[in-house]
Unconditional design. Structure first.
Length: 164
């Protein structure tokens, strides 16, 4: 069964986790990139948090629909913003059909209470994926960096211990 890892990352923590998962699972790796919108600086931070909390979607350069159609297992990764997934990941799920596919979700957040912090996002993503026909088989909350300097060793260790 072919597998894919699809992720969005602003500062790099989710990207490191995605690369480690792709290597561990022998999966193809696809990065979501937004067509518009600045997310850096204080205004970018406030806008991003607001959009995530209000479950906004955003236009993406590629939704990887053909690539996803060919896969049986898909790992989806997102940073947590205001307790919720990034808008790019909402868009990716809305644009694709997950019928008959096994889906695994991994989140990166800076709050060390990763289980608590990711609960709301997991519950939301689970409902989106099930509405698109997918079966959610695993939820992996991981601790990321709070800034632009991800700790690659810590993230790779968490992936090797937690992600199945
Ligand atoms: C707009 C914004 C909102 C955030 N909200 C939360 C939050 O609610 N809880 C949390 O633990 N971390 C929060 N963070 C921190 C990120 O989840 C964390 O830095 C994560 O590692 C970022 O992943 P990335 O490097 O792949 O972008 C927030 C970061 C940003 C930019």
């Amino acid at each position: 069964m072919k597998s894919a890892v699809v992720f969005y990352s602003l500062y790099g923590s989710t990207k490191i986790a995605a690369q480690a998962i792709a290597q561990k699972k022998g999966a193809a790796l696809y990065e979501l990139s937004e067509l518009r919108g600045k997310r850096t600086g204080i205004f970018g931070f406030i806008k991003s948090g607001f959009q995530a909390v209000t479950k906004k979607k955003t236009k993406l350069a590629d939704y990887f629909t053909d690539e996803i159609t060919a896969c049986g297992a898909i790992y989806i990764g997102t940073p947590i913003w205001g307790g919720m997934p990034a808008p790019a990941v909402n868009s990716f799920i809305h644009h694709n059909d997950f019928s008959g596919k096994d889906v695994y979700i991994f989140t990166l957040q800076s709050d060390p209470e990763v289980e608590n912090m990711s609960k709301k996002a997991f519950s939301y993503l689970l409902s989106l994926i099930e509405a698109k026909g997918g079966r959610v088989k695993g939820l992996f909350p991981l601790l990321g960096s709070s800034n632009e300097a991800p700790n690659a060793d810590s993230i790779m260790e968490q992936v090797s211990k937690k992600v199945i």
